[in-house]
Design a protein around this ligand. Sequence first.
Ligand SMILES: Nc1nc2c(ncn2[C@@H]2O[C@H](COP(=O)(O)OP(=O)(O)O)[C@@H](O)[C@H]2O)c(=O)[nH]1
Ligand SMILES: [Mg+2]
Ligand SMILES: [Zn+2]
Length: 348
Amino acid sequence: MPPWSQNSGPEEEEWAEGLKLPARRKYAKRIVKGRAVELEAAAGNGVVAEIFPNQAAVRLDTCGTGSSAGAGRTDSLTAGGARKLCGYRMSALAFGGNVRERSPVCVGDRVLVAGDVIVGRCARRNRLIRSAPNSRDPLLHVIAANIDCLVVVSAALEPEFSPGIVDRFLVAASSQAIAPLLCVNKTDLLSPGPPKAWAHYPEAGVPVVECSARSGSGAEALAALLRGKTVAFCGHSGVGKTSLLRRLLGDEALGRVGELSGATGMGRHTTTGAVMLPGAGGSAWIDTPGIMNFSLVGVERSALLSHFPELARAAAACAEGCLHDAEPACALRALPRFPSYRQIRASL
Ligand SMILES: Nc1nc2c(ncn2[C@@H]2O[C@H](COP(=O)(O)OP(=O)(O)O)[C@@H](O)[C@H]2O)c(=O)[nH]1
Ligand SMILES: [Mg+2]
Ligand SMILES: [Zn+2]
């Protein structure tokens, strides 16, 4: 086992495995009758903060019931909102056309809660999605929805910067029109000198923040870019997503989630998905467990180049009919993200 993965808990493995949820008694299936309905964005009264097998923690707009008139999107995400554990109606097909979703709601979903049941899900303005591994039928895993910014976290070292997964996440964000940010963590481990493997991302339209969750350097710059937004932190296991969120929000914010889960008998360590942490000024930052394989869904081969804007610009110099693949004269060959582009293209 590589040294950087020593801290990845069993929950990450379970989650990355996809569907193997522990069959423990406390997850006994709650039968909720009826089908949930899809609602307009304004019709919800809460936001899904965490998913458990057959249940979801919802942060309600107000502590009472019903939606407060005029409550905006960010109002519902303030730290004060009460978390409530709800069942949900099974209705994946009603929501998703003919491809099943792993769970009918995901973190970031705006939902309508009646009593302690989610009875409807609001239309999503975007979603971060992958295909769930280890399933025979097509099954989608929606990691998070309705996000303003995707922070792709990578480590400068331990583990070494990995363009493959970074570019996959960036394509996923681009295909959903979600603003990207590349966060290179663990800069405390860098020694000055060698060129940085992430230096070319700004010219690809991706802002880069270098930081260290350990020393705190760069944390304030990162927080300033994300304040007030709904943000998902994604990336390989062990790159420091949880450490960064702890640095940005304090132990208390992460601890509070554990406490609340504990109070309902749902220990933090049984979580198999993402968790939305409330921050100051309407911030809602989502920690996601480490991911082993992120396979893109819904990205057409023919549209892939448009998600690599610097490659798309350079392609103007190619001969007509160039497939930007193995052609020796292809103008994209010398560009840093060309290998990534080819690899992803081959996988679609
Ligand atoms: N040197 C160094 N180690 C870090 C930094 N951030 C996180 N780590 C370590 O990297 C490991 C994985 O961190 P974690 O936050 O669990 O990563 P996650 O899987 O992405 O949530 C832990 O041992 C952390 O202590 C950093 O900025 N510098
Ligand atoms: Mg983590
Ligand atoms: Zn070409």
